[in-house]
Design a protein around this ligand. Structure first.
Ligand SMILES: NC(=O)c1ccc[n+]([C@@H]2O[C@H](COP(=O)([O-])OP(=O)(O)OC[C@H]3O[C@@H](n4cnc5c(N)ncnc54)[C@H](O)[C@@H]3O)[C@@H](O)[C@H]2O)c1
Length: 270
């Protein structure tokens, strides 16, 4: 194992086995590619066919619907059977309201919450339950939540509830698995251009709002999410657990200049 003390193997994932759910596209694919470049053998678990994506990173594809506990259990067993162990598990698979939403509270139906809860929250719960029990001691679990949830967004009830549940699961996982040196963290990104954002009826509006409300103009890209997952997965981040990391261009640090300018035509910070 790398000591993380500048021994020339910084952030190396050499000989690690990494499972990434929802890695057939978007953020998951960028994460799989990055972990593979860092030396890990990557298992891509996706509901959609991702044989080609797995082959391209020298990894393995396992068809998995994270909303079904039996699928997640089978994925974990397959990894242990095939590789003897796994060290990294990324709960990335998720869905949003797509073209159907967002909906104000008054037009939000029970079925909207149930649909997103089943994939986004139960999917992570099943992952923590089964991968948490089987992951190698000292392993790292990274959950992909969202800025939506920790921060309220009008109209996003179903998505926000499902993702805030991921933050809660992260903390509980960190507390329960810490005795074996297993770390559990989650990342809460703002909008990233992926197929999910493209399907969102107001995806481009989301991006514009974050552009105005964030102090940094840097566009958040899948590679940024992948870089943070890579860091958290490596031994170099060994003391970090139970954290919900806002990957938000500074959005949650306060009321940015863009808002001051837009609302009042002044920026007291300059
Ligand atoms: N794109 C963004 O702006 C953004 C921002 C914050 C958080 N996120 C979160 O990041 C994660 C990835 O999002 P993305 O933008 O890459 O989406 P995406 O739609 O591009 O990719 C999601 C992948 O998950 C797979 N998937 C969907 N349901 C699944 C299931 N039940 N079981 C297994 N796989 C399933 C899909 O087949 C797809 O390959 C999601 O959890 C999402 O909520 C995305």
């Amino acid at each position: 194992m790398s000591s993380g003390d500048g021994d020339g193997a910084m952030f190396s994932l050499h000989e690690r086995i990494a499972v990434v759910t929802g890695a057939g596209s978007g953020l998951g694919l960028a994460i799989a590619q990055r972990l593979a470049r860092a030396g890990a053998h990557v298992v891509i678990a996706d509901i959609a066919d991702a044989e080609d994506e797995a082959r391209a990173v020298g990894g393995t594809y396992v068809r998995t619907d994270v909303a079904h506990e039996r699928d997640v259990k089978a994925l974990v067993s397959a990894c242990v059977q095939r590789f003897g162990r796994f060290d990294i598990y990324v709960n990335n698979a998720g869905i949003s309201h797509g073209a159907e939403g967002p909906h104000p509270l008054a037009r939000t139906e029970r079925r909207h919450l149930e649909r997103l809860f089943e994939v986004n929250t139960l999917g992570v719960f099943f992952g923590l339950k089964h991968a948490g029990a089987a992951i190698a001691d000292g392993g790292s679990i990274v959950n992909i939540a969202s800025i939506v949830g920790p921060v309220g967004f009008p109209g996003y009830t179903d998505y926000a509830v499902s993702k805030l549940g991921v933050v809660a699961l992260t903390r509980i996982g960190a507390l329960e698995l810490g005795a074996r040196g297993v770390r559990v963290n989650c990342i809460c990104p703002t909008a990233v251009k992926t197929p999910m954002l493209a399907r969102n009826r107001i995806g481009s509006a989301e991006s514009t709002v974050f552009d105005v409300a964030s102090p940094l103009s840097t566009e958040l890209r899948p590679s940024h999410v992948a870089a943070l997952v890579h860091s958290l997965a490596s031994d170099d981040c060994a003391p970090i657990t139970g954290q919900a990391i806002m990957l938000d261009r500074g959005l949650t640090s306060g009321v940015a200049s863009g808002i001051w300018q837009l609302a009042a035509g002044v920026d007291p910070g300059v």
